[in-house]
Design a protein around this ligand. Structure first.
Ligand code: NI
Length: 177
């Protein structure tokens, strides 16, 4: 188990396009996933992508299980998603506030597809195929963007809707992705 350093916006490694995983069941992949999970949980994140800890592979994790701080938050099962593909369901987009462990202390209003289908594989190479919406769809889009070198501020349409947590949402504890 290891908590890894999360790279911050400005680090060029966050702007790179990551490579697909080709070998499953390796100790290296398992230890990457363990480190990602430990790091995400320690930082109270709802998602983390491998490039955020400096590993340029198409691996993301996400999940928001019951959290007393967010009793009304939509729950998302803990998921390991490798080599993902996304396909929007319909054209509808929705603006929502996002934060990111690589952009600590900030929030921005970001448009995302409301509903999408995602496919990929888990850590053993077994297929995943889900159609999801709302927060679940948002967090997947945010994480998969990291694999293509995109950080959420690049998607903000109105930069007046970008700022510091304590100014935008005083007194609230927020989850980052
Ligand atoms: Ni992020």
């Amino acid at each position: 188990m290891a908590i890894r350093e999360v790279l911050k916006m400005g680090d060029p490694r966050l702007l790179a396009v990551s490579e697909p995983v080709r070998a499953f069941g390796s100790p290296e992949l398992q230890s990457l996933l363990t480190d990602m999970r430990d790091t995400m949980l320690r930082l109270n994140g709802a998602g983390l992508a491998a490039p955020q800890i400096g590993v340029g592979l198409r691996v993301v994790i996400f999940g928001l299980e019951h959290n007393p701080r967010y009793p009304e938050a939509e729950l998302v099962p803990y998921t390991v998603l490798i080599n993902p593909t996304l396909a929007p369901v319909g054209d509808a987009q929705e603006e929502g506030w996002e934060g990111c462990l690589s952009v600590p202390g900030m929030r921005g209003l970001v448009p995302r597809y409301r509903e999408l289908r995602y496919t990929g594989v888990d850590e053993t190479g077994q297929p995943i195929d889900r159609t999801v919406k709302d927060f679940h769809a948002r967090v997947v889009q945010h994480e998969v963007d990291h694999l293509d070198g995109i950080l959420y501020p690049q998607r903000i349409r109105d930069l007046t809707q970008f700022g510091f947590n304590e100014a935008l949402f005083p007194g609230q504890n927020l989850v980052d992705e």
